[in-house]
Design a protein around this ligand. Structure first.
Ligand code: GLU
Length: 378
């Protein structure tokens, strides 16, 4: 096996994969669920499951299928209508999956998630345990965003991100993003000029700039959300493949190491699980601006953040909440859990650790953010 196929065919070492299928391949332009396609997908996944691989399916298509049932010809703009479409469509979607997986004797389960479920540490761990138990029972969990109840603040927004976060949560070996193009192109494939990029070693900002938004009436994400999702997954040590879900036997080809789609290589030193949770799931409540010495200590010497390096505190936050650490120019460097509230930090910023007790009358910790609770963003 040469290197290239080893990269594309890590089957022997693979134990668990997340497969995400987008609305554009699950529903027709008129919003009909493409049962013929779904039936092939189901067969491929059931075969893989039988071969011993653990599979999690992240499926879109609820809003698309719901549009049809509500008699809409356009993707709903108003939130209540979109949420109603998702509620109607999700049960239809599961009905189709239940039926088709049933024909292959494969059991499935439905899990609907919001960002909130994964931002809370206890429910994050609960979700992890539930998924693991389902996998132990050889069930294929089918996950979608809980669109009918999700409000803006708790939305994943698109299923590419959701799939990457699920892959991170469940420590998958690979994430397959199946869409309606052959992979990631050096420019928009619709212009006919772009070339398919077979392998991406690093997802740079320039690469993100290359990716455009979506134009389809039924779908949410575009190449940009896929790249952002891939960035999350590779940080967690997960390889990602973007490929054309419409092509026959695409999943088999990917798993057999055939050079299809675009593969994104995982980082050699993935970020630790707790830090990934902080980085990917917590919404920051404020910002701590630090001086050049602290930047150096945090980024290059693996140190914790001490009060002495703090120049400014923005926002109002309490002990244990997530905050962003930025340099003087506003560049975000890290996200972490603070041991002191914004009120306390106003008093101890710029001061030596030895003076915390004297100033506040008590001291919880020497560190404002311990390095174990600090995820670097750069
Ligand atoms: N959760 C949405 C749905 O089921 C899809 C979002 C997406 O396609 O990214 O329709």
């Amino acid at each position: 096996m040469n290197n290239q196929s080893a990269i594309r065919n890590p089957k022997s070492a693979m134990r668990r994969i997340v497969v995400k299928v987008g609305t554009s391949i699950l529903t027709s332009d008129s919003g009909e669920l493409t049962t013929q396609y779904i039936s092939k997908l189901v067969e491929s996944l059931s075969n893989l499951r039988r071969s011993g691989l653990e599979i999690i399916l992240v499926s879109s298509g609820a809003v698309g299928a719901g549009m049809k049932r509500l008699g809409l010809t356009y993707r709903p703009k108003s939130i209540p209508l979109k949420q109603a479409a998702a509620a109607v469509g999700q049960s239809r979607l599961m009905q189709v999956y239940e039926h088709l997986f049933g024909r292959t004797k494969q059991k499935v389960a439905q899990i609907l998630l919001t960002h909130h479920d994964l931002a809370d540490r206890r429910s994050y761990i609960n979700t992890y345990n539930t998924l693991l138990t389902l996998l132990e029972y050889r069930i294929i969990p089918i996950i979608n965003e809980n669109d009918p109840v999700a409000v803006e603040e708790i939305k994943f927004g698109d299923n590419d991100t959701l799939a990457a976060l699920v892959a991170n949560l469940i420590e998958a070996d690979a994430l397959l993003l199946l869409t309606n193009t052959d992979g990631f192109y050096s420019s928009d494939p619709k212009t006919g000029q772009g070339e398919l990029i077979h392998q991406v070693d690093e997802i740079t900002d320039e690469l993100l700039d290359l990716a455009g938004g979506t134009r389809a009436a039924t779908s949410t994400g575009g190449m940009i959300t896929k790249l952002q999702a891939a960035r999350i997954a590779v940080k967690a040590g997960i390889r990602v493949i973007i490929a054309n879900g419409k092509k026959e036997n695409i999943i088999e080809e990917i798993m057999n190491g055939i050079e299809v789609g675009t593969v994104f290589l995982p980082l050699d030193n993935p970020v630790a699980a707790r830090k990934r949770w902080i980085e990917f799931h917590l919404h920051p409540k404020g910002e701590i601006v630090v001086d050049a010495g602290a930047v150096e200590a945090l980024l290059h010497r693996g140190k914790s953040l001490l009060p002495s390096g703090i120049l400014e505190v923005k926002g109002s936050f309490g002990t244990g909440e997530a905050v962003v650490v930025a340099d003087k120019s506003g560049k975000e460097l890290a996200k972490g859990l603070t041991n002191y509230s914004s009120y306390e930090l106003e008093k101890i910023k710029g001061k030596q650790t030895s003076r915390i007790d004297e100033i506040l009358g008590y001291k919880y910790y020497d560190e404002v953010i311990h390095r174990d609770n600090l995820a670097l963003l750069t």
